[in-house]
Design a protein around this ligand. Structure first.
Ligand SMILES: [Zn+2]
Length: 265
C-alpha cells in the first residue's frame, strides 16, 4: 500500500500535469469508488472548474477544485495514468489531457466535499499528527505515544501518527534502535526523540527517491527507488547491515514486522 512518500510523489507528479487545468468532463466506471456522492453530483460539483491545488493529508490525495474538493485514498492498488489503462475506474477529461484512475483490486475510495469542510470530512477528521506538518512537534509526538500498546502498532495507528505504514514504521524503528514489540509508553525521552527525528529523515529520503516500489505502486513519472535502501523491511533471514545478526520477522496485529534482534532493544 502506498505510504506517505509514495502518495507525496504521486501528488507532485499530478501537480506538474493537471494544476490549473479545467475539467471538461468525467466518467465513473466503478460505482464502488464513490463513497459519499453519485456520478451526477460529482459532475455537477466539478465540471467547468480548475484544479487550483493538489494537496495531501497523510495517505489521502486532495484535488481542490475551488468550491469543491475530491479526496482519494489509493488503498492497495490505485494509481493514476495519462495513458488509458485496460480498465479505468474513473476518467477525468481536462483541457488538452485526460487523467485515468485505475485500481485492480477496487479498494480505492473517493469522497466529494465542499472545500471549506475538508478538515471535517470523515476519513480526514480522525487523522493524527503527521510528519512535515506544523503539528508534528516533539511534544505532540510524545503525547501520541502515551499508550501501553506496542510501539510498532502505535506508529501504524493513523489516529495517532498519520501517513506511516508498515515499511517506514519498520525502517524508522530500526534506524532508532527500538524493538517493535516494546510498549510505546516504555520509551525513554531519548528514544522518543530519536524516533521523532528518524521518521522525518526516513520519509524525506524516501520522497527524494520517489518512494518505495512494492506491488503496483507508480507515480505518473514511473516507479520509486527507495526499495534499494531498505535496511530491514522484507529482509527476513538476511544479515543486519550493521552487526550481521540475522533479521527476524515477527507477527504484530496480522502484519509482518522486521527487526534486528541485536541492534533493536
Ligand atoms: Zn543489527
Amino acid at each position: 500500500m502506498p505510504e506517505l512518500p509514495e502518495v507525496e510523489t504521486i501528488r507532485r507528479s499530478l501537480e506538474r500535469e493537471v494544476l490549473n487545468l479545467q475539467l471538461r468532463d468525467l466518467e465513473v466506471h466503478e460505482p464502488r469508488l464513490l463513497q459519499n456522492c453519485t456520478e451526477k453530483e460529482l459532475k455537477r460539483a466539478l465540471i467547468g472548474n480548475k484544479v487550483g491545488k493538489l494537496g495531501r493529508r497523510a495517505k489521502f490525495l486532495i484535488f481542490d477544485f475551488g468550491k469543491h474538493s475530491i479526496v482519494f485514498h489509493l488503498r492497495m492498488t490505485g494509481w493514476f495514468s495519462l495513458d488509458r489503462p485496460q480498465k479505468p475506474r474513473l476518467i477525468l477529461k481536462f483541457d488538452r489531457k485526460t487523467l485515468y484512475f485505475e485500481d485492480t483490486r477496487r479498494f480505492g475510495t473517493l469522497h466529494l466535499t465542499e472545500t471549506k469542510n475538508l478538515s471535517e470530512l470523515q476519513p480526514l477528521a480522525q487523522l493524527g499528527i503527521e510528519p512535515f506538518h506544523p503539528s508534528y512537534t516533539l511534544k505532540n509526538f510524545r503525547a501520541s505515544l502515551q499508550s501501553p500498546q506496542e510501539i510498532k502498532r502505535s506508529l501504524l495507528d493513523q489516529t495517532k501518527i498519520a501517513g506511516l505504514g508498515n515499511i517506514y514504521a519498520c525502517e524508522a524503528l530500526f534506524a532508532s534502535k527500538i524493538h517493535p514489540e516494546r510498549s510505546a509508553s516504555s520509551l525513554s525521552a531519548q528514544e522518543v526523540k530519536r524516533l521523532f527525528t528518524q521518521i522525518e529523515k526516513m520519509l524525506e529520503r524516501a520522497i527524494s527517491e520517489q518512494g518505495t516500489t512494492v506491488d503496483t505502486y507508480r507515480s505518473l513519472d514511473g516507479v520509486g527507488n527507495f526499495q534499494n535502501f531498505l535496511a530491514v523491511y522484507d529482509r527476513e533471514n538476511q544479515p543486519c547491515i550493521h552487526c550481521k545478526a540475522t533479521i527476524e520477522r515477527l507477527e504484530q496485529g496480522g502484519r509482518s514486522s522486521y527487526c534486528c534482534p541485536k541492534c533493536q532493544k
